[in-house]
Design a protein around this ligand. Structure first.
Ligand SMILES: [Zn+2]
Length: 345
């Protein structure tokens, strides 16, 4: 464990670095597959202005660069500040990412993006120093710095939506691993056989407990003539998603409720692995599936309890995030602030 912070020369806390050589204003940019969110904020995460535009990823990278730059200008105008006064920007983007070079290498949900040097491109267009971080890590840092994870030295962030991702905070630092790829909690193995994840592994948590997995189980059942209520809701309001299954469960369809509960139990296996391996103070949960509340979290927490070391489970608080869809943009901003201060020192 001693080698886990190879790039932190001094090991100082981010708080100790802020305000000394950092500029006062930051841009946090969340580049998603469907939308781009830009926040202008001060070092304490106080948001002064924002802008939100559609990504329109299908048009390829070049028009998206322009939309990001325009959204930054719009957010600066909303904050009543000059773009030139915002000297540092953090970008939350789908992985995998070359963190050192600021390159988006091969994101599955941004078609046509291959080895895009986004940090340099945005630097050239906006004049800011730009730092990239993968989206789940960024959201984890956001919750740790400004949200539900404040005050916890050891915190794991888990986002559960169409996929499952995470961010690991150890000793108040984001743990990124050897090549920046750590924190892939959606790829914790929970079964020796069964469905494969997006990366092609067998038995990953993501293939059992994500929104995509819940929808896939429902489609299988419907193809066999079961789950008529889920089928009816999906017919009126396509496409069939985890939300559809949840609505049917709320309306009393037992098999829909069981699919969600089963996803929750697998999630609990993943959470127990995190509790047993990291002994964290908090696990902060984000992503759309947390809106299912007890239907998924009840079985998840109960399964986590039965599979965790008793003391470790007593030590951990499993809580919902506070920042919603602003977590990644705020976290990107925080990551940029920390890296920029380190580079300057
Ligand atoms: Zn996997």
């Amino acid at each position: 464990m001693r080698s886990r912070r190879p790039r932190s020369a001094a090991g100082r806390s981010p708080e100790g670095e802020a305000g000394v050589s950092s500029p006062a204003l930051f841009a946090g940019i969340d580049l998603g597959g469907t939308k781009i969110l830009v926040l202008i904020a001060d070092a304490s995460g106080h948001v002064l202005g924002s802008a939100r535009v559609a990504t329109l990823a299908g048009q390829g990278p070049e028009p998206v660069f322009g939309r990001i730059a325009d959204a930054v200008r719009e957010a600066a105008a909303d904050a009543a500040v000059a773009v030139a006064d915002v000297q540092v920007a953090g970008v939350s983007a789908p992985g995998p990412i070359d963190l050192e070079e600021g390159i988006i290498t091969d994101p599955p949900n941004l078609p046509g993006w291959h080895n895009v040097p986004l940090a340099r491109i945005l630097h050239d267009r906006l004049g800011m120093r730009v730092y990239l971080e993968n989206d789940a890590n960024a959201a984890g840092v956001g919750e740790h710095q400004f949200g539900a994870g404040r005050g916890f030295r050891h915190m794991i962030y888990v986002t559960i939506s169409t996929g499952i991702g995470g961010g690991i905070i150890i000793d108040n630092e984001l743990y990124i691993g050897t090549s920046g790829a750590a924190g892939e909690v959606g790829h914790i193995g929970v079964a020796a056989s069964g469905p494969t994840c997006g990366a092609g592994h067998v038995g990953c948590l993501e293939a059992f407990a994500s929104g995509t997995a819940i929808a896939a189980r429902a489609r299988e059942a419907i193809a066999q003539g079961r789950m008529p209520r889920t089928a009816r809701i999906a017919e009126h309001n396509p496409p069939l998603s985890a939300e559809t299954v949840y609505l049917a469960a709320e309306q009393g369809e037992a098999e829909a409720a069981e699919i969600i509960a089963a996803a929750g139990r697998y999630l609990g296996i993943g959470l127990a692995s995190l509790v047993n391996v990291f002994n964290p103070q908090a696990i902060v949960l984000g992503g759309g599936l947390t809106n299912m509340g007890d239907a998924i979290m009840g079985p998840a927490v109960e399964t986590a309890r039965t599979r965790s070391f008793a003391q470790s489970f007593m030590d951990v608080r499993i809580i919902e995030g506070e920042l919603g869809d602003r977590a990644a943009a705020l976290g990107a901003l925080a990551v940029a602030r920390i890296r920029d201060a380190r580079r300057a020192s």
